[in-house]
Design a protein around this ligand. Structure first.
Ligand code: SF4
Length: 260
């Protein structure tokens, strides 16, 4: 098993992401999705997310709403404090930033309800900022690739994630790298049955040999050749973000909407 260098990892994940990804860059929709995903599973959040964006299609619409209406639109999500903070955030952005979400992690961190992960995710996914994103799927993929089946502590892997953030010479952008790893974790490198045979990292992954049985089982269960856009897509984070793309396409028909 050949070990991977950063350039090789960036190339593999970047190529895979560009071949499989949909474009989704609406900062407001990404912000709402990240708030909902803070404490709720994607499968449960998806219907509420669609309803929320139908009720408040823009950050300004959310800022103009009454608090009671925002909490009602949050129904089914629980942890209503997130809705209160999101509403407060919208009003702050409308008042202090002309209705445009700030782009930097530092400015995002100063907004109500925005912690380090949400700030990094919005800066990276909405604005392409070069910041590491510490996500569970990213942790699982990179811990398997770099350390095999005996995963070290989360802190050790998170440090490696930070070191591996692409630079300007890398063959993937920070957004492609982080989103690609998240999508790989959601659709290919599953926790229980990773599909190593379909993974762009299998030749450099230290866990691939040990997890091949799971990969074979997953393939045997599939009646058709696996395609990332159709496999275990539903309910994944990518499915959830894909829903966002479709909503955007409905509101702005000139934007493309993929399946899902
Ligand atoms: S080769 Fe298998 S274990 Fe390694 S990252 Fe890919 S899916 Fe995960």
């Amino acid at each position: 098993m050949a070990s991977a260098d950063a350039h090789d990892l960036h190339r593999r994940v970047g190529e895979w992401y560009r071949a499989n990804a949909r474009d989704l860059r609406d900062p407001y929709a990404i912000l709402v999705s990240e708030f909902m995903l803070q404490q709720t599973q994607a499968s449960r959040a998806a219907p509420a997310f669609e309803a929320f964006l139908r009720t408040f299609p823009t950050l300004q619409a959310l800022a103009d709403a009454e608090p009671g209406a925002v909490i009602r639109a949050w129904a089914g999500m629980g942890y209503n404090q997130r809705a209160v903070r999101l509403h407060r955030l919208a009003r702050t952005v409308a008042r202090e930033h002309g209705g445009e979400l700030p782009r930097s992690v530092d400015e995002l961190r100063r907004l109500p309800g925005v912690g380090p992960y949400t700030a990094a995710a919005v800066a990276c996914f909405a604005f392409g900022a070069n910041v590491p994103v510490a996500d569970t799927n990213i942790y699982r993929v990179l811990s398997r690739v770099l350390y095999g089946v005996d995963a070290p502590s989360r802190a050790v892997v998170d440090r490696r994630v930070a070191e591996l953030t692409p630079d300007t010479d890398s063959p993937s952008t920070p957004q492609e790298w982080h989103q690609g790893l998240m999508d790989l974790g959601a659709s290919v490198c599953a926790a229980a049955k990773p599909r190593c045979m379909l993974c762009p990292l299998r030749e450099v992954c230290l866990a691939a040999d040990a997890l091949q049985d799971g990969a074979r089982l997953a393939l045997a269960e599939a009646s058709i050749p696996y395609a990332p856009k159709q496999g275990r897509y539903e309910g994944s984070t990518r499915y959830y973000r894909g829903k966002t793309a479709c909503l955007q396409a409905r509101r702005f028909p000139w934007r493309r909407c993929g399946s899902g």
